[in-house]
Design a protein. Structure first.
Length: 184
């Protein structure tokens, strides 16, 4: 079992990949042997989107009933400032970024500057799911462009702060920390 082969330590572990790649399932698998897990949902509610509701239903069915659920919305950093005394699985960074597209450039920069202090103080495993972007169509809207830029930059920044980084694609997980070389 991979969760036995790759035990999690305190600190940040990233799990990234494109849509429908299995990244959430892999993140769930990584924490599956831990006694206490809080699942942190960052996505804004989509009351009129039936596809979104179906995806959320599937996510709920996969999670063990003893996991706690926290829907933090845009307040992810507040949760990380006062984390519970056990593992967190955050799904996903894209939901957090999407809720901050109207945040000014300077205020967004201040938020990003808080991540190093927050990640170095983690006393338990934190697994963060991140959508990989930029492998497809170039965004045609300013909001799409801003989302791609903010998520891509924050993902690379967090990779430098993480203990371990995974890429999940086509249902396969690759451990990038040992396989990859850091781009100068």
């Amino acid at each position: 079992m991979a969760s036995d082969l790759y035990p999690l330590s305190a600190g940040l572990t990233l799990v990234s990949g494109p849509s429908r790649s299995g990244k959430s399932r892999w993140a769930e698998h990584l924490v599956s042997n831990l006694p206490k897990v809080t699942y942190v949902a960052t996505s804004a509610h989509q009351p009129d989107d039936m596809d979104w509701h179906e995806r959320m239903r599937k996510h709920r069915l996969r999670r063990p009933s003893h996991w706690k659920l926290v829907e933090c919305g845009p307040d992810l950093l507040s949760l990380l400032r006062n984390p519970p005394g056990h593992a967190l699985l955050i799904d996903s960074l894209g939901g957090y970024v999407a809720q901050h597209l109207s945040t000014s450039h300077s205020a967004w920069g201040i938020q990003c500057e808080q991540w190093p202090d927050l990640t170095t103080q983690l006393r338990h495993p934190v697994v963060l799911v991140i959508e990989e972007i930029g492998w497809g169509v170039v965004p045609t809207t300013s909001a799409g462009y801003l989302f791609r830029e903010r998520l891509g930059e924050l993902a690379e920044y967090l990779s430098n702060l993480s203990k371990c980084s995974w890429l999940v694609i086509q249902g396969r997980a690759l451990e990038l920390t040992s396989l990859g070389l850091k781009v100068p």
